[in-house]
Design a protein around this ligand. Structure first.
Ligand SMILES: C[S@@+](CC[C@H](N)C(=O)[O-])C[C@H]1O[C@@H](n2cnc3c(N)ncnc32)[C@H](O)[C@@H]1O
Length: 277
């Protein structure tokens, strides 16, 4: 029978940028244990059934499938989220949006909207930090809405509601103190769509027209009708899109327009405040 150490040492993932980490995550998953268990018990023998499951998962990873889809879960903020192929795997980059939202609006009761909620990552992270906020998360893809709702139930966060909506279509007459979104923002012909995890994620979560700004344009155009006086719009975008997004916000009449940089120095989110005259 193979041991934990021998299975890890013979796992081949030539195309992965993180082969050892991937193998450890997949073996821990096959065993139903944590990664630290693997480090503590390297000489422990692995049952044939678990070894077969590990081999099958390794083959999926060798074919390029993201580890998060194979595991069916991904950590985001302080939360462990179920993920599925109908929407984006939440990225650490998006934690900048969560941090900025938390710093922008006081912890007092407020209505907050997450557009294109996907797994529910942003709405659930905000809800977990701000029990007094009432969060709404919407997505156009019904399977994403169902996934977000499963995450909400598992995390027992009662201050969030998820629903289906094509941007604001199902939200007529509703206004928010803060609207956040990590919308699709990749240009349709971007070569990165053929690389890495992006190959496996749905186009509906990634692509937004010829310049990647179609959805951001739509959201900026429609957001003022759904913001309270002095309410904020906060958008994630590609690192080369910040100037264009700031321009769109200013042209629509937003004030206090600015972009924020991630730890790598890239301008990845932009925001503005709308003061109704
Ligand atoms: C980049 S993903 C972000 C998912 C999640 N908010 C996150 O940060 O991990 C964009 C999401 O927007 C959704 N979406 C795309 N077009 C939409 C539309 N017209 N109305 C609402 N949601 C939309 C996609 O289904 C996808 O879940």
């Amino acid at each position: 029978m193979a041991t934990i150490a021998s299975l890890l040492n013979t796992a081949e993932l030539p195309d992965s940028p993180t082969p050892r980490l991937d193998a450890e995550l997949l073996l821990a998953h096959a065993l139903g244990k944590s990664r630290s268990y693997l480090h503590t018990w390297p000489e422990r023998e692995v049952e044939a059934e678990s070894a077969a499951r590990f081999a099958a998962d390794l083959a999926r990873r060798r074919a390029g499938e993201p580890v998060a889809y194979i595991l069916g879960q991904q950590g985001f903020w302080s939360l462990e989220l179920e993920v599925a192929a109908h929407t984006l795997i939440p990225r650490p980059d998006t934690e900048l949006l969560v941090e900025t939202a938390l710093a922008l609006v006081p912890a007092a009761p407020a209505s907050v909207l997450d557009l294109g909620t996907g797994s529910g990552a942003i709405a659930l992270a905000l809800a977990s930090e701000r029990p007094a906020w009432r969060l709404t998360g919407v997505d156009r893809v019904p399977e994403a809405v169902a996934l977000a709702e499963r995450n909400r139930q598992r995390l027992k966060l009662d201050n969030v509601t998820f629903g289906a909506s094509h941007w604001f279509s199902a939200l007529a007459g509703r206004r928010y103190r803060l609207i956040v979104s990590n919308p699709p923002y990749i240009a349709a012909d971007d070569r990165h769509l053929g690389e890495g995890d992006l190959r496996f994620e749905p186009r509906s979560a990634l692509v937004a027209g010829a310049d990647g700004l179609d959805d951001i344009r739509r959201i900026i155009e429609q957001a003022p009708a759904h913001l309270e006086a002095g309410g904020w719009l906060l958008l994630e975008h590609g690192f080369e899109q910040a100037a264009a997004v700031r321009e769109l916000l200013a042209a629509r009449g937003f004030a206090a327009v600015e972009s924020r940089r991630d730890l790598g120095g890239h301008e990845r989110i932009s925001l503005g405040r709308f003061n109704h005259e």
